[in-house]
Design a protein around this ligand. Structure first.
Ligand SMILES: [Zn+2]
Length: 116
């Protein structure tokens, strides 16, 4: 067992704090119809932000698990070491640049098919 990278733990703390703040903002929404229209637009943005933060948090948790298992920094698809620069910019990334591009391409195509 290896200790998780402190950068991962710090990033996890940050995400949790940001999620907690979103919860407070949503809970305090109130006012007349116009305020509510504005607030619901803000709520949509909050939902998007929350979804993004939640997904990031899950990715961080997986990165921490991989860190404990000693496989952190390896691409989950091809097992090649992810470029250190890429890891520094995105500590929770799971794929090398090539696999990430392929993954997003496949996912994008699926979403496009779902939309029809
Ligand atoms: Zn890869």
């Amino acid at each position: 067992m290896t200790r998780p990278d402190p950068r991962l733990l710090a990033h996890r703390e940050l995400l949790i704090r940001q999620l907690a703040q979103l919860g407070v903002e949503t809970a305090t929404l109130h006012g007349d119809a116009q305020d509510i229209a504005v607030a619901s637009t803000q709520a949509d943005a909050t939902m998007d932000r929350r979804a993004f933060l939640t997904a990031s948090l899950r990715a961080i948790d997986r990165a921490i698990e991989r860190s404990a298992a000693g496989t952190y920094g390896m691409c989950v698809d091809c097992d090649v070491a992810i470029a250190p620069k890429r890891l520094a910019a995105m500590p929770f990334t799971e794929r090398c640049v090539r696999c990430q591009a392929r993954y997003e391409e496949q996912r994008g195509r699926r979403e496009f098919e779902d939309a029809r």
